[in-house]
Ligand binder design. Structure first.
Ligand SMILES: N[C@@H](CCC[C@H](N)C(=O)O)C(=O)O
Length: 287
């Protein structure tokens, strides 16, 4: 079975995209497919798989699978790439349109130069802060902000935010010294997060600039995480490091995103989306 694909990335956070407007895949073992295509040695190589599909509730729909085959509910870099793909491949006719994710609909606006989408702005909706809805075990308080959180004898303080997917944010003095590889996988699989968690370390540079690194649930270290950057800005506001309604530049390993948490509670993200390669691959499972 030959499957046409496009590899795209948002600041180095790369996914294999399948356009299900042209063919069906929903009856296949999508977890295995995600594991197979993501493998850099035996597949194409990516942080996961994203399906772009027709939607009854939005202009276009997306599903995201991490590198380990688990399904995520939201993906900020993925939404920007889906928006670029949808506009450039005439799946939508307008520059502002809606994208269905498993966490609900978001609205994307493409910024076009010579018919090419260079950047995308996304209204990512409102963050979820209630502990039970993140979800995180413990007393169900409205916000988890700088709560003591010990991991393997490291006394940390956690701020937890969901952008439709769960994020654990830890503030550090120096991003280059963050214990990303040591504690990232442990926290990501910690039992206090029944669905696992994406782990972010954040260094506050000023009241409109932060440095950021991430260990993604299901994919490990990636060069960028759009929902993580949104969650990091929300956490920075909740901790008084940044005023609300401020355009914040988030420096990720793969480049910068601009994020704003506005007075109406919505989180806005603006950044690049890029196409790496198109082609087709052979897949022999589940035919
Ligand atoms: N890279 C993404 C997030 C992908 C899903 C995440 N690993 C999860 O399981 O929640 C982004 O850009 O937001």
């Amino acid at each position: 079975m030959k499957i046409p694909f496009t590899k795209m990335h948002g600041l180095g956070n790369s996914y294999i995209f399948l356009n299900l407007f042209n063919f069906e895949m929903e009856d296949k073992d999508l977890s295995s497919l995600a594991i197979d295509v993501s493998n850099v040695n035996t597949g194409i190589g990516s942080d996961g798989l994203i399906l772009i599909h027709p939607s009854k509730q939005a202009d276009v729909g997306m599903r995201i699978f991490n590198k380990d085959g688990s399904e995520g509910k939201n993906c900020g870099n993925g939404v920007r790439c889906v928006a670029k793909f949808a506009f450039e491949n005439d799946l939508v006719n307008e520059k502002i349109f809606t994208v269905e994710t498993k966490a609900g609909n978001v609205t994307a606006e493409v910024h076009v130069v010579n018919k090419v989408v260079e950047e995308v702005t996304v209204d990512m909706g409102k963050p979820i802060l209630k502990r039970s809805e993140i979800p995180m075990v413990g007393e169900d308080i409205p916000q988890v902000v700088m709560e003591n959180f010990e991991v393997s004898h490291h006394p940390l303080q956690i701020t937890a935010v969901s952008m439709g997917n769960p994020h654990a944010i830890f503030f550090v003095e120096n991003i280059d010294e963050a214990p990303l590889f040591e504690l990232g996988p442990m926290i990501s699989n910690d039992q206090r997060f029944p669905e696992g968690v994406n782990v972010e370390f954040v260094e506050v540079v000023s009241n409109k600039e932060i440095n950021f690194s991430v260990w993604e649930r299901g994919s490990g270290v990636t060069q960028a995480c759009g929902t993580g950057a949104c969650a990091a800005v929300v956490a920075s506001v909740l901790n008084g490091h940044i005023p609300k309604n401020t355009s914040v530049v988030v420096h990720l390993s793969g480049g910068d995103l601009t994020i704003k948490w506005t007075e109406d509670g919505h989180v806005w993200m603006r950044g690049k989306a890029e196409t790496t390669v198109t082609g087709e691959f052979k897949w022999n499972r589940n035919i």
